[in-house]
Write a protein of this length. Sequence first.
Length: 148
Amino acid sequence: AEYCAQLFGAEIVSPEQIYSVHCDVFSPCALGGSVNANTMHLINARIICGSANNQLSSISVGDSLHQKQIFLVPDYVVNVGGLIHIVIESNAEAQTKVSEIYDAVIDIYRRSQKNNIPSQRIANQMVEQILSQAKPHGNNPCYVRGLT
């Protein structure tokens, strides 16, 4: 940790202090439910984007983050690349789909801002639309245009 702090000019803080560190992106990557009613008020970042599953303790926490103008990239959007690689057998095709995640995040952000709806609710709507298009036709959701 000290080597990395020195290399990148970073500061080492205790786990209890991590939520209140001023940063651009807060990235919870280990514990589910780590963004909750007790910690959300401490977050000093404009974006939450981490790889932990179920980062929010509840959807209402996401609503509160939206009110604080903190953009949350939903965990399943961040993690969809792994699923894509499992479902799509062609590595080249999987890479193409994974590269579309960035565009999906931008789309979620724009819709959230335009409609003043929390990002996780926008992403949920997008997923529901994708799945409804895939089910009647027997399509693999990875091939339905939308989220990725």
